[in-house]
Write a protein that binds this ligand. Sequence first.
Ligand code: HEM
Length: 405
Amino acid sequence: MSTHTTAVTVPGQCPEVTRYLPWTDPQFRIDPYPYYARALAEAPIMRDDHDGSFVLTRYEDLMHYGRLPSVRIAPEWEKAGAWRVLLDMALGHDEPGHTRLRRLTSKWFTPKRVREWAETTAAITDRLLDGLGQDGLVDGSDLAVEVTHRTVCHILNIPADDHDEVRRKMRQAMPILSARPSQQDFERAEEALDELRGRTAALIEAKRKNPGEGLLGSLVAAQDRGEMTAAELLATTLFFYVVGHMDATYLICSGLHLFTRRPDLFDAFRENPDKHEAFVAELARFDAPEPVVTRATTEDLVIHGVHVPAGRSLRLMLGAANHDPAVFDNPDEFDFTRPPEQTRNLTFSFGSHGCQGRLLAEAEIRVVFERIAARFSRVELTAEPDIRNTDASRHYFTLPLRLHS
Ligand code: HEM
């Protein structure tokens, strides 16, 4: 048993989570930060009576318990309904399978490669901005998904004209990952992932017939050499193809939305090119697109005096930890001038499963803002955006904007 604090189990010390984080409350789903703040102050560990899981919010707790060797990623993805397909990619594996699968894609996301991909992102963004009318009207969500999906398709070296359909199916598939999925969410996710699996299988077949450069070609070759199974090839390709746009799209929208409310921040972004990376890091800290990752205990633990048995799910609230006042001064303030020790956000997770696309995502977000800032002086909201979040993933369905030259 691993103990972090003295082992005293007092039921009152472990409140039921919905007293603090009301998973299905629309207000919580749009703006969870006041709720996180209360949980951070009063309830470092909570239990969820619905499924027997435990919920952690504090930065140091996530870093400590999330990294314990006994805290595993398997079998969490087995519980994820249609998303169990990810059991066959790096994200679904503990060691040693994880490293074997992760290595097959790592050379595509080096800093040097990401600099090349960022040029593609810039060219795509410029082309879309060239196509805007005199009125400067644009849906930020449409712009963001097209830029990020086309970029990932370029990396995979596959056709890139289906961002609308992929986005539609992802919107259908994501709600299942929330803390309280409905029966309908399960059915809708099965249907969406059937379709996305079919599309992915067709892309793999096409690549097999016409091998070429790019990430997908290299994965197909790896399978031909016996380095991965057909199921692993399908799951890995599916992940990049269907998930590769999603969270960067959210952060681009979140940033553009912020620019509409805080024109001073848009001006500051334009005037401080040396702060662009810090700006994107702060945006990622401020509003994590996937505020939670889930792990499983394989040994009994005692966390803040609470007995957590083996075999339970641990919900690690990245979005809350990013606003932990023990690490970040004025955590609910957007401040891109934070000192280095306050820029270490958990939005891209941590440890061995830390996001492989982090550098790419950060570059995409930065480049979209830079291209917009190079041509336009103001970002205006022309109607209320349609934002549909769960507790576990955040999505702009629309973001109606006018870009002023
Ligand atoms: C803002 C954008 C993004 C965010 C917030 C994000 C977030 C995350 C998170 C939280 C995880 C870890 C999940 C866990 O620990 O259970 C993860 C893993 C991963 N992400 Fe991202 N991601 C983003 C963009 C991307 C992009 C653009 C790619 C690639 C094109 C990508 C590829 C991956 C991969 C391959 C993993 C699995 C890593 C592993 O298990 O070893 N991500 N991401």
